[in-house]
Design a protein around this ligand. Structure first.
Ligand code: HAM
Length: 421
């Protein structure tokens, strides 16, 4: 038996690979209009980048990272997300010292050892943006708008934006204390992970995949009771901004996100499609204030989001959206003898340079199999070259829809094809 792909991974072949690439191109182009420049970081980093960045108490770090020792004895981790890696790059390249807001976008595979199921893979793709500098409510609104517009540009409609604030550092500390006080008498009712979270980071209990839906968690105190007045007015400004942009949102006080670096406003855009994706996040993000400092840089806050490309692809399929890109219908060049095949290669080079997609049969010298190739590829036109054509510097151009055939001077071929004759 041959080899099979690793559980939770996928092959992207032909049209699906084209679709992935077009989604990427559209999101990158959209983000560029918001002022984001592309950034590419390695697929793996020193493990510490994610442990310190994402947070020791998170599921991502405790259970889901692909971590290994390289031959030099270093602990390496395949990136489970992009933010910590981008912040590492910003610190290492001192990009924080550039004037104004620094804005970057990225696309690529991420790796998490999660239980594979609908919309959940072990290798998946994210498109994300991160901005660094002075983050104001208008910036939060613009970042959310970028994610929202990006999804809309891909034809996604059945989605809901959920927002919450987990406050500034002071609010977050006060909230952690309130949660600890609430959950401690009920410790025995919590799962083993949550009992650990109670001491380390009680906010994570709200996000637990086991306890998250229990009445105990649902009745936990809401963040609003612990918010400082600054955090409240910041959140109010974000809500006003979203309203002004006509972006509908729902406030979800239990939304805390699965990564530890967030402070301030957080958001998720979830699918509402009555199917496999229901309730799954198409993307999410928020503001993070202490991450750069914890990775050895200055105390510069950041904000960003990431969208899950596989989930977007599924959502597009469920919504029956037309393909964003289809393979080009090629021109096929048929050659009737070996010398003409060499000639066909030269002609193919020139036509490709002129922007046409060109296919040829590399072995046949009779017409029938080359017709079949043209048929199989959905070609509209067939260019035939034989000895007679070579001698007269012409080609025979056959329209496969009408069956009409004409002799065209090679020198006029590009022009004739462009005119669609
Ligand atoms: P996240 O919520 O962990 O955030 O992931 C963002 C998106 O990636 C999710 O909403 C989902 O669409 C997709 N995703 C996550 N895990 C999987 C999986 N196992 N299979 C398929 N898709 C998945 C982050 O990663 C943050 N770095 C976002 C961010 C950027 N926050 C600030 N800046």
């Amino acid at each position: 038996m041959g080899y099979q792909k690793i559980k939770g991974t996928q092959d992207f072949i032909g049209e699906r690979a084209l679709s992935l690439a077009s989604i990427r191109d559209r999101l990158v182009a959209g983000a560029e209009r918001f002022g984001y420049l592309p950034i590419m970081t390695p697929l793996f980093e020193a493990t510490e980048v994610f442990v310190r960045g994402v947070g020791e108490g998170t599921d991502v770090v405790t259970k889901e990272m692909y971590t290994f020792e390289d031959k030099g004895g270093r602990s390496i981790t395949l990136r489970p997300e992009g933010t910590a890696a981008v912040v590492r790059a910003v610190v290492e390249n001192k990009l924080y010292a550039l004037p104004g807001l620094k804005k970057y976008c990225y696309f690529g595979p991420m790796f998490r050892y999660e239980r594979p199921q609908a919309g959940r893979f072990r290798e998946f793709h994210q498109f994300g943006v991160e901005a660094f500098g002075e983050i104001t409510p208008a910036c939060d609104v613009d970042v959310i708008a970028c994610a929202w517009e990006g999804l809309k540009s891909l034809g996604i409609t059945d989605m809901v934006l959920k927002i919450n604030t987990i406050g500034d550092f002071a609010s977050r500390e006060a909230y952690s204390a309130a949660l600890r006080e609430y959950f401690t008498p009920h410790e025995a009712e919590l799962c083993e992970d949550c009992r650990n979270r109670l001491a380390k980071n009680p906010l994570r209990i709200l996000d637990c995949k086991v306890d998250g839906d229990s009445a105990l968690v649902r009745n936990a105190p809401a963040i609003a009771s612990s918010l400082s007045s600054e955090a409240k007015s910041y959140f109010a400004e974000v809500k006003d901004g979203l309203t002004a942009l006509g972006i509908p949102f729902v406030i979800d006080p239990t939304l805390v996100r699965g990564l530890d670096y967030y402070t301030g406003c957080v958001f998720e855009i979830q699918s509402t499609h009555e199917d496999a994706l229901k309730g799954l996040a198409l993307g999410g993000g928020g503001k993070y204030s202490g991450l750069m400092k914890s990775l050895g840089g200055p105390d510069v806050p950041g904000i960003g989001y990431a969208l899950g490309i596989e989930r977007i692809m599924t959502a597009r399929e469920l919504l029956a959206r037309p393909a964003l890109a289809t393979p080009a219908r090629p021109l096929v060049i048929a050659s009737l003898d070996p010398a003409s095949r060499t000639h066909a290669l030269v002609l193919a080079r020139d036509l490709r340079a002129a922007g046409f997609t060109v296919e040829l049969d590399y072995s046949a010298t009779s017409l029938k199999p080359q017709f079949r190739l043209a048929e199989r590829l959905g070609a509209q036109r067939l260019i035939i070259i034989g000895e007679a054509e070579r001698d007269s510097a012409t080609v025979t151009l056959k329209d496969l829809t009408t069956g009409m055939q004409e002799t065209v001077r090679e020198a006029d071929l590009v022009k004739t094809l462009r005119e669609g004759k």
